[in-house]
Design a protein around this ligand. Structure first.
Ligand code: SME
Length: 157
């Protein structure tokens, strides 16, 4: 998908997500809706989902709402792309997951990936949002900018 189509798609789907979620505070409902509408808008997104910071196990992420094939249940901070995003509290864009040294391969169809940290209103890290694509090098600055803005609008406001 070229950058301008991508940009328009993010603008349209972000508006739709915010409109569906207006007045809904439940975190699971918010996460499930983000997954569903993004996966529907971008044909290459075959896995979209959240890994939540586990309040009961320090330094560990536990799988939350997702769409796609079976995801691993737990990821320690620092492991894989999700663990790196959580440990650094920074978005990770991986053009080729096979070249990422400690990538956790949940599905062989994954070729590229973006993971965006999710913060609550107080600025605390509550989760990471993970998108896997079947295409190589699916994600760039456009995805980073729009997904960061969307996570902030949905979970930090
Ligand atoms: N690939 C991820 C693990 C999660 S799954 O892709 C659903 C990673 O390395 O963080």
């Amino acid at each position: 998908m070229d950058n301008s189509t991508k940009q328009l798609t993010y603008q349209r789907v972000s508006k739709e997500i915010l409109s569906v979620l207006a007045g809904e505070d439940n975190l699971t409902a918010r996460m499930a809706t983000v997954n569903c509408l993004l996966a529907g808008a971008f044909p290459a997104f075959y896995w979209t989902g959240f890994y939540l910071v586990d309040p009961l196990k320090a330094g560990e992420l536990v799988v939350g709402p997702y769409q796609g094939t079976l995801g691993c249940l737990r990821i320690p901070f620092g492991q894989g792309v999700c663990g790196a995003a959580a440990a650094k509290a920074e978005t990770q864009v991986v053009e080729d997951v096979h070249a990422f040294s400690n990538h956790i391969a949940c599905d062989v169809k994954s070729n590229s990936e973006i993971v965006v940290p999710v913060f609550d209103k107080s600025g605390a890290l509550i989760a990471v949002f993970d998108v896997d694509s079947i295409e190589p090098a699916s994600f760039n600055e456009v995805d980073k900018r729009h997904l960061e803005a969307l996570m902030s609008a949905v979970f930090s406001n």
